[in-house]
Design a binder for this molecule. Structure first.
Ligand SMILES: [Zn+2]
Length: 102
């Protein structure tokens, strides 16, 4: 882990976006009920999203999933439980989770 000011700023901005998304979700009750994808890397390959083209986004059982490219989808489909567990552990280790507000 390198500590660069740019990374800190990016992290803060990400938290703000996430918080706003949660607030919007709580007060609206709109059709967008999927949980937002908490990472900025491909769940299958671990590649940075948007690194080479637009990420592939879909919703799996109420959880938004983002992949670096569509070819990762077949890997996810092969073992969705494995990748969902990976997502849960990655999100938990990723630092602050605004969703856990008491
Ligand atoms: Zn990919």
């Amino acid at each position: 882990m390198k500590t660069k000011p740019m990374l800190l700023i990016t992290g803060l901005a990400g938290s703000l976006v996430l918080t706003q998304a949660l607030v919007g979700c709580g007060s609206g009750g709109s059709s967008a009920s999927a949980k937002p994808y908490p990472l900025d890397v491909c769940l299958v390959s671990g590649e940075k999203l948007g690194g080479h083209g637009a990420p592939y986004v879909f919703v799996h059982e109420g959880q938004e999933i983002k992949l670096c490219c569509k070819s990762c989808l077949k890997d996810f489909r092969a073992e969705p439980a494995k990748y969902l567990q990976k997502l849960a552990s990655a999100a938990g280790a990723g630092g602050s989770t605004p969703a856990q507000a008491q």
